[in-house]
Design a protein around this ligand. Structure first.
Ligand SMILES: O=C([C@H](O)CO)[C@H](O)[C@H](O)COP(=O)(O)O
Length: 432
């Protein structure tokens, strides 16, 4: 039997990293957990070039190595590069022109490597799979890319159609975890390609083991999906406002708004209130308009007169409101702390304002220098408060989760005795 012939389903670990040394260590831990094939991920190839493939080949002489080059042109030249660096399988984009695919296949035959076609972003993946098989590719990868996953795409439904139409082995990729891998194998996938769920885990070996176990006793029971709102909420419970800020490229964080209830996290959807210096009527009326799980977000603009205090906070608790944010001052901090509701504000003062009744409830406002519309997601913790526009809530929650996973892995590597700059090769990545 050659090193490519597997009877069991194949787990291909996708090393989507930027540094070869980390990739080698993570590959080692993945293989200990039961992964089979090693993919030199596209980001790694772009970061370190063909040398990443050479190094992985040197370290893992007996393993199948896939060069995820996502070839779009010059099929022959790039397959030759991958082959000469030590790859067994080279990846070409399924959306590349047939001339590129054919040249890749010809070069593959010449240099003894197989060709995998990646269906990422293909308009008609099933029809293209049939064409690719006729053209002569060796494997097809049904793939929802990382950015597509963040918007809720997944690859399993298309993969199930593709396996019915082609007889070459079908791989599947796109945010797979143990349960989706199991479903994929039960539905006909021969290769499961797993990146984030293994390589960004703080315990790579345990995560690979869990996937090994799931693909070796696959279940066709579809993974039960929760509603987008439930999924968003569940993810937001796991991540910090720092993770969310990173996911939003530093957009979304309110300025000069601080927690009055250290240690309390707040997640909810905005009911907005525009008021004017110390006028507390609209702020308090908003409590009756808000529903369970909402966050009342108030622009007031005074550091010296408070539109919010203990009585309003207790009223919120009675209605199941998730918390309050005030661009301005609050008072009765001792009472607020006893009540225990998360309250965020610019500062605290003893002075109350007046219920004059100017302003509006549920118009677009600016709070902490951020635009907030009714229904936007508001998350607060000890780092501060961030706003996620409702239209991007699912995507940003998913991206924040990826940030959190990446950090968990970095924590693990630092715990092993390294430093942040060593792990991240900071000097190499300084801007030139
Ligand atoms: O190919 C991939 C992606 O385009 C980045 O290069 C990933 O390796 C593939 O999607 C698997 O990774 P996960 O989706 O994180 O499991």
């Amino acid at each position: 039997m050659s090193k490519g012939d597997h009877i069991k389903p194949i787990i291909q670990v996708a090393l989507d990293l930027l540094e070869t040394d980390r990739a080698i260590q993570i590959a080692k831990e993945s293989l200990e957990g039961g992964a089979d094939w090693i993919e030199v991920g596209t980001p790694l190839i772009k970061s370190e070039g063909m040398d990443a493939i050479r190094e992985l080949r040197k370290n893992f002489p007996d393993r199948i190595i896939i060069a995820d080059m996502k070839i779009a042109d010059t099929g022959s030249m790039e397959v030759e590069m991958g082959a000469k660096a030590g790859a067994d399988i080279v990846v070409v984009l399924a959306s590349a022109d047939n001339s590129t695919i054919l040249e890749a296949i010809r070069a593959g035959k010449k240099y003894g490597v197989k060709i995998m076609a990646d269906l990422i972003s293909c308009n008609d993946p099933v029809a293209r799979s049939i064409e690719l098989e006729k053209l002569g590719v060796d494997y097809i990868n049904v793939h929802a890319g990382i950015d597509q996953q963040m918007e809720g795409h997944d690859s399993l439904a298309i993969m199930k159609k593709v396996v019915e139409q082609v007889s070459i082995p079908v791989a599947v990729a796109g945010g797979l975890d143990a349960s989706s891998c199991s479903e994929a194998v039960a539905s006909g996938a021969k290769i499961v390609i797993v990146g984030g769920s293994i390589v960004r885990s703080s315990n790579v070996t345990a995560s690979a083991k869990a996937i090994r176990k799931s693909v070796d006793s696959p279940s066709s029971a579809p993974v039960l999906k929760s509603s987008p709102a439930d999924e968003i909420r569940k993810i937001l419970e796991d991540v910090s406002t720092s993770n969310i800020s990173d996911a939003m490229h530093r957009k979304g964080a309110m300025q000069d708004i601080f927690s009055m209830m250290p240690g309390k996290k707040m997640i909810g959807t905005a009911v907005t209130v525009q008021t004017f210096k110390g006028d507390w009527a609209k702020a308090v009326e908003a409590i009756d308009e808000a529903k369970e799980g909402d966050v009342i977000v108030i622009y007031n603009g005074s550091r010296h007169v408070a539109p919010w205090g203990g009585l309003a906070t207790l009223s919120c608790l009675n209605k199941g409101i998730a918390g309050v944010v005030v661009d301005g001052a609050v008072r009765d901090i001792d009472e607020i702390r006893k009540i225990g509701l998360p309250v965020f504000a610019t500062c605290n003062v003893p002075n109350a304002g007046e219920p004059k009744g100017f302003g509006e409830i549920n118009s677009e406002i600016v709070c902490g220098n951020q635009s907030v519309s009714p229904g936007d997601y508001i998350i607060g913790d000890d780092n501060g408060v961030v706003v996620i526009p409702k239209e991007r809530a699912y995507e940003i929650a998913r991206r924040a989760k990826e940030v959190e996973k990446t950090e968990q892995r970095l924590f693990e590597e630092i715990r092993r005795g390294s430093t942040l700059s060593e792990v991240m090769k900071l000097k190499k990545w300084e801007k030139h």
